[in-house]
Design a protein around this ligand. Structure first.
Ligand code: AMP
Ligand code: MG
Length: 472
């Protein structure tokens, strides 16, 4: 049996200035450690022999129809503009049309050096590859827009980080890898013909119902607002919301030092490189607005009438905070069982969150057990819950099916950071049991799975992971 990927490439048809043709660099001894059969089916990929798949998803064998390339982009990293980033360790093999009619990129992450590698080695180590695999698939199971993981391969080589670590390659699937930074690079260079071409391409690929650069801006705004509100709802902290990690399609992309909160606190930061908390949990909506403003600045460069474009773009960007607020309330109201929130429901939600922060309540478990006898036990002072719950019970008497609403949005299982770290530590020793188990359980995050109750537990004091490190 030979693996067959029905490539139908469009990015490779764009002008040469958009990318550099670049083959992945072979590795010594590839070993397939994960393959996502459900996703493969959606993509119309016929799996091959395991050995052959290891070769393909390590980049050792370029499959028929692939046109490997590294994409050019730039971006603001922690607020500072970097004029040239680009795929420094990722190779786009090509695109496929899924059985759902959606076009998706197939990309190898960690596939070797490219012209955009700057000082980097073009490689990834096993830890971040497995973290991205588990977390992105969990995100998909939550129903939150995200890139997906098709395969993971160990390379049989070591990469040098703080120490020598096992190398790996992740096969990432995305609705596209267009970023805010893809627009920024052409705008900053004054390459207006390319900027226009990119705008047309993005509209045709992601928002065919919209028109013009300002139509695109508004569509990206709406998608990003929904995405960030959904992140907030599951306690997700991306960790590196740079403009090059901000997807035009509105997917979660570039999982690096990301994590889900255990104990609720709005200021939570995990990333060891985010020293000033720019990308803290509660800053994410503001940062999404800031990133949209950078997209607006880039898009405006192609306007004939700059003044009019500035005015229109400003209006679109200025509407985002209210939109985020509305999406946020929709998510958090549902989390307490309210399906059509009123403005007056907001204080009820914020009151709960304030008490949770003060009483160190576990974010996921508190929402999952709301209304049950167990909820109050998550608060250091259970009375803080009781007095809130009295008001809340009053309010939800007016709701038709609060239990069902809550159970469809409050997961029982999240990829807790201490489990991810345990999973990585075991995999480095060749034990993939926890990796498999996390994938299986997190595929159905809204179902109680009593056999896996241990995975709902927050970390013990000795298990707490204070920081996660950059995905390089
Ligand atoms: P990230 O923080 O993963 O979004 O990456 C930011 C930029 O650094 C992108 O241009 C990446 O391609 C590049 N990069 C990250 N890690 C490496 C690496 N190991 N080798 C080469 N380039 C890298
Ligand atoms: Mg990135």
């Amino acid at each position: 049996m030979t693996i067959a990927i029905p490539f139908d490439n469009s990015y490779a048809r764009l002008p040469g200035g958009f990318y550099t043709a670049q083959a992945p660099q072979p590795v010594r001894a590839p070993r397939l450690v994960a393959f996502n059969t459900d996703l493969a089916r959606l993509l119309g990929i016929a799996p091959g022999e395991v050995e052959e798949m290891a070769q393909v998803f390590a980049g050792n064998a370029v499959p028929q129809g692939a046109e490997p390339l590294a994409q050019l982009y730039s971006g603001h990293q922690f607020g500072n503009y970097n004029p040239q980033l680009g795929d420094g360790r990722a190779i786009l093999l090509g695109e496929v049309l899924g059985s759902d009619g959606i076009r998706r990129d197939i990309q190898l992450k960690g596939a070797g050096r490219t012209p955009y590698s700057r000082g980097g080695d073009g490689r990834a180590w096993l830890g971040p590859v497995l973290r991205e695999y588990v977390v992105s698939e969990a995100m998909a199971a939550f129903g939150i827009p995200t890139t997906r993981a098709l395969a993971a391969v160990e390379t049989g080589e070591t990469v040098r980080r703080e120490s020598a670590l096992p190398g790996a390659v992740l096969t990432r699937v995305a609705q596209s890898h267009l970023r805010v930074g893809t627009f920024q690079v052409f705008a900053a260079r004054g390459e207006i013909a390319y900027l226009k071409r990119l705008t047309d391409y993005a509209i045709a690929r992601h928002y065919p119902e919209t028109q013009g650069s300002m139509g695109l801006l508004a569509a990206v705004r709406d998608a990003q607002a929904r995405l960030i509100a959904a992140w907030m709802g599951v306690g997700f902290i991306h960790g590196v919301m740079n403009t090059d990690n901000s997807s035009i399609a509105g997917e979660t992309i570039d999982y690096g030092p990301c994590a889900f909160m255990d104990t609720y606190h709005p200021d939570t930061v995990y990333s060891s490189i985010d020293r000033y908390g720019r990308y803290a949990y509660s800053n994410q909506p503001d940062i999404a607005v800031w990133n949209l403003a950078q997209l607006a600045t880039a898009l405006i460069q192609q306007a004939e009438d700059k003044e009019a474009a500035v005015e229109e773009a400003t209006e679109i960007v200025h509407a985002m905070p209210a939109l985020l607020e509305r999406e946020w309330l929709r998510v958090f109201a549902a989390k307490i069982g309210i399906s059509a929130p009123r403005e007056t429901d907001k204080p009820l939600v914020t009151d709960l969150l304030t008490r949770m922060a003060r009483e160190q309540a576990d974010f996921t478990n508190t929402f999952r057990t709301l209304g049950s006898d167990r909820a109050r036990d998550h608060f250091t002072d259970p009375v803080a819950y009781d007095s809130w719950a009295a008001d809340w019970r009053q309010r939800i008497t007016q709701e038709a099916a609060p239990e069902a609403v809550m159970r469809s949005i409050n997961p029982a299982f999240i990829p807790r950071n201490h489990r991810i770290e345990q999973m990585i530590a075991a995999a480095v020793e060749g034990d993939y049991t926890l990796f498999q188990r996390l994938n299986t359980v997190l595929a159905r995050p809204y179902e109680d799975q009593p056999d896996h109750f241990d995975l709902t537990r927050p970390p013990t004091t000795s298990e707490i992971v204070p920081a996660t490190f950059c995905g390089t």
